[in-house]
Each structure stands twice: as structure tokens, then as C-alpha cells.
Design a protein around this ligand. Sequence first.
Ligand code: SF4
Length: 703
Amino acid sequence: AGTHAGTRTDTHCPYCAFQCGMTLVREDACGEVRYTVAARDFPTNRGGLCRKGWTAADLLSAPDRLTTPLMRDSKDGPLRPASWNEALDRITDAIGRTQREHGPAAVGIFGGGGLTNEKSYMLGKFARVALRTPNIDYNGRFCMASAAAAGMKAFGIDRGLPFPLEDIGRAEVILLVGGNPAESLPVMMQYFEEQKRRGGRLIVVDPRVTPTAALADLHLQITPGTDAALGNALLNSVIRQGYLDLDFIGLRTVGFEQVRRTVGSYWPDRGERITGVPADRINEAARMLGTAGTAMVLTARGPEQQSTGVDNVLSFINLALALGKVGKPFCGFGTLTGQGNGQGGREHGQKADQLPGYRKLDNPEHRAHAASVWGVEEASLPGPGLSACELLAALGREEPGKPGIRVLLVMASNIAVSAPDVAQVRQGLRALDLLVVSDMFLSETAGMADVVLPIAQWAEEEGTMTNLEGRVQLRRRAKPAPDGVRTDLQVIKALADRLGRGAHFTDDAREAFGELRRASSGGLADYSGITWERVAAEDGVFWPCPDEAAGPAGTPRLFLDRFPTPDGRARFSPVGHRPPDEEPDQHYPLYLTTGRVLSQYQSGAQTRRVPALLEAEPEAFVEIHPGMARSFGIRNGDRVRLVTRRGDAVVKARLVTTIRMDTLFVPFHWGGAGCANLLTNAALDPVSRIPEFKVCAVRLEAA
Ligand code: SF4
């Protein structure tokens, strides 16, 4: 690795949770420096990259890169260039004034699942030690908070895949619920293809015939918002057909009898009435799972991003446990993480209720451990704060007894596009005393800020990322950041210095990782045995890894002997069907669901700046079944207006026979008039506080 002419640097893709290994090649030609991506034989992606990965180097030469801080002198004034000192002074002056007048909690932080482990850790510490505010949360709350809560409840731990990716290729049957890795984690498809080559079978649950569902042996085209009913009906059928693994249930779980009683009323005909999936398909899926020697159940954002998200996931965990297909090689329950550091980002303290190592802010022992590592009094640490949507709802809004958030720092999130019911969120952002956004580009959120801080991007700094299987891996620096740009860690440290707490902070990623290891020691997500050198030398190390002398890879497979619950057994949880917050009615007669496309990522703040990706998917669209489109006189390519109780969006109609007649699909990667989140519902799951991106009621009109 290095940064000289013609050098190659082994690193990882800047985008999704697969975190494919790639090599960045620096070429000097005719006095110009150019970076290109080359394949790297990393164990997870095995040399493969999707089109986002192959074009990632374009981000390094994007013409609208920010290289100087920007400031707005008045709310209506334009952004103008500013010095770092001016920008940082403006921020800390506003923080000091606001906290003196309104208390520490009036300053909030919104982080991101794309931040490295070191940044996630330092941002959480910054909130609790430098700002002493409880109000920090992040965009992972939008993503898979429900799967995390369900995993904690059932297994005592939340690691997206508790087994290595290679196990997927060897499972006889896989049930994939509400995931479309062919577009969201494209390189992962090689494992599903391997599984098929070995004679395995794939069952996909999705309201659409996605590119992933098209490969399935059995597709269950579910009505949006009915996942728990399907999970229960599948388990009902498993019981009726005699496929329970009673030995496993007796030896390794608790709580099955209550679940047996609950699912007793979800016979497949009733399942069909609720979910729209024919009873014979439910029975066939149960038979495929029940007769397999090895099987996996995987969920993704489909069942998770709902106001019933935790129950939905638990219904499928119940199914996997009842089949005895957890904690054995080539078996298991897993959830497909989406964001680049979606796994690591939720382990080290940028969640409202959490301390590093998956410790809890409301646990006195956990607080004492964090305080001792941080060198502060335990009593000085704030308690749990507002979860993401509740934090956004408090922007600029004061209620009796609630001061609201008046200053917000945003890092690695484009909430003006990605938050549900985004018109409300934008109103909150405008009402703030001060909005600070650090970003590489003038994203939609940065464009609304009072202060914008230009920061280094993925190949310009080093750090660790934890992929979807819990493998901690190293992102190497391939080039210097442009002049005028700082790293997020430097920003955090500079702000802490000005707030008089700088002695507690470092802007060196390796030092931050060393501190993270101590802070996570003894926690569920224990990184204490993972050294920087091991991560670099061993192509990643799986957490938990409490011992430097532990095996070379850490812990790839969890639950083989016991579950990390007090009695070592997994928990069944009885859950019933609860309808989504909104169902179609005479005013809004269709379901709306949202999701991803292959050529864009997240809010598109990066991928919309890559010419090949923008050309492939230039704007938002809505998928409509031709039968439904005909009844509205809509033709392919027409502009249509979608209206929900939150607002309306204008997008291009894409007529497809691959979607249910009663459902519309809009991808969420764009701002502007086609922003999907102008439509979505911020109704929250009561446990995980995840919002309901995946289902609401919508009306279709000609634009
Ligand atoms: Fe990057 Fe994900 Fe594509 Fe791999 S699958 S190249 S990590 S976007």
C-alpha cells in the first residue's frame, strides 16, 4: 500500500454493508493523477464488485467537492466561504449559548451508519462527555433497529449474520423475507447462486417480483404490512405437518408452548386471507423448510421497516427456532445489514440508549465502565435520549416540559432526503437556531445548514468498518484529502478543544480504535482482542473477540454451544398480526412501499455524483401494475402524482407486471419533487422506534 505513482492500495468499497474488498490504483499520466478501481481477492466478495464499486473512484474527482467551510450570516442569506476558525467558533458559541439558556439537551447530534467504528465511538463520546447531551441518535434507527431489538430479545445479542457468509452457499433451503440483495447487496448474490448450484432452494417473500425473487424457487407475493401473519402461518403449517425439532426446542429454547398457542389460530387459510399468499404456497414453503437438513431464515428491510417491525422479525425467529435451524453450521437466522458500517455503527455508542460494546446507558455497571474508560464521573453522563424520529420531531419545537432541540450537528446523514415524512423534518431543520452539517458534498441537508464543514472521504483516511457478518476490517488511506478538508475525527476533536474537553479526545484513528477496544471490553460487541495489526493482516476479524490470543478469525459462528442469554437458551416470543398504521381506504386506495435500485445508494448524495450511475438511474419513478395504470389512463413514462396524508411527489410511471395490483413502489434515492419520503409515514414501532417506510396508504393521480 502507498500513495506514490503507480501504487495500489488495498481497501474497501465506500458503500454498502458487504464492504467489498477492492484495490485503488493511482496512475500518473501527462502530469495528471487519476484513481481507478481494480479487483481484489478479498474473502467475502472474492474479487467481485457491483457497478457502484467499480465506479467508486469517481467520487474522488467529483467536481463539486467541498474544500472550504461554508457559513450563512442570516437564515435567509446565502452560504459563503469561511475559515475553519470562524466556522468552529460559530458552532461552539451557539452550543455554549444554547446550553446556558436551555440546558445541555437542547443540542442534538444525528450520526450515520456509514461512519467508521472510530468515528461512531468518538461521536457518542462527544455527545456524552463534551456536550453532556442525551440527544444523539443516527440513521441506523431508520434501517434495522427492529431486527437489532428482536435479535437481542431472542438471542441475547445483535449481530446481523451470526454465521459467515460462506454458510449461505451451503444451506439447503433459504427463506429470504423482504430483501432484494440483487440490487441492495449485489455481490452477495454469488452466495445464493452457489447455494442453487449445490442444489439448494430459495424462497423469497416480497410484494414485488424483484430481481432476487425472480431467482426463487418459490415466491410468496405478500400484501405489504402482513409479515407477522405470514411468519405465524408458516409456523402453524410447520407444526401441522410435523416438522418441529422437539429436541432442539426442549434443550436450547424457552417459551415455545405460548408461541404454539398463539400460532394455533394462524392456519394457512387464515394466513392467506391476511397476507394474500395462497395457503398452498404457505404449506409448500413450510414443507421445503421442514424437510431440509440445513436451512436459513433471513430478514431485511421489508418486514423490519414497519411499526410492527420487532414483532415481524420475532415471528420469523420463532420459525427458525421451531425448525431447530439456529446455532448449527449452514443454518441460522440472520438479517441483511444495509449501510456500509450498519453493524459497527450500532455497537459503539451513537444510539440514543447505548454505550460502547453494546452496553446500555440505563445500566449503572455499564455507565461506570464507560465513565472509567473516559476518565469522567459516572454521574456526569446523561441518560438515554430521544430516538432518531423523536429527535427530528423535536427540532426547533418547544413544548411544556420539553425544551426541544435548538442546535443540531449532522454527520454522515442526508436527513432532508432520507427521513420519513421529510417535509416535517425540513420544517424542523429550518426552525433550528443553528444547523451544522459535515459532508463531502453540498447534499440536500448541507444545503439547508447554517454551517457546512468539508470533510475527508473514504479513501482519504483510515478506519475500521464492520461488515454484515460482524467482520471488522480495515479501510486504508489511498490518497491525501484535498487542501482545506478535515476528517470527522479532527472536527470532533477541534470542537471538544473549544468546549474545554479536548483532553478526552483524539483525532488519530488508531488511538481511537485502541480506546474503543478498552471501552467495548467485556461488552456484547467485544473488540478488545482485535488489534489494528490483526485486522490488517488477517482480512478482518469477527467480533466478539475478547482475547488477542483467540483464534485467527475471532468468532465467525455464534450460538454453537449456547446463546448469550442468562440461561444460555434462545427465547420464543408470541406475536400476533397487527395491521400497519395506515391501510388503504376510499381516499388513499393503494399501498405504497419504498426501496432501493441497483445504481443508487441511500439518499444518493454520493451515487448521484457518479456519471455512470446517474445515467443508469437518473430520477425517481413509481412501479405500477399495467392493470392498475389502465384504470387511471396512465401510460409508461407518464408523469404521475402520488398523494399520501403527508404530502405528494411527482415521478415517472414505470409499468411492470412484477408488482401486486394494489401496490406502488418508489425508490428513495432522490430529493426534489420525486422524493419518496415526502410520502412515507413516521409511525414508530413501539419497541425499536423504527419508522414505517415500507407501508402506507397512497392515491395515484395524473400529474
Ligand atoms: Fe460496494 Fe456493496 Fe457493490 Fe460491494 S456490493 S461493490 S460493497 S456497493
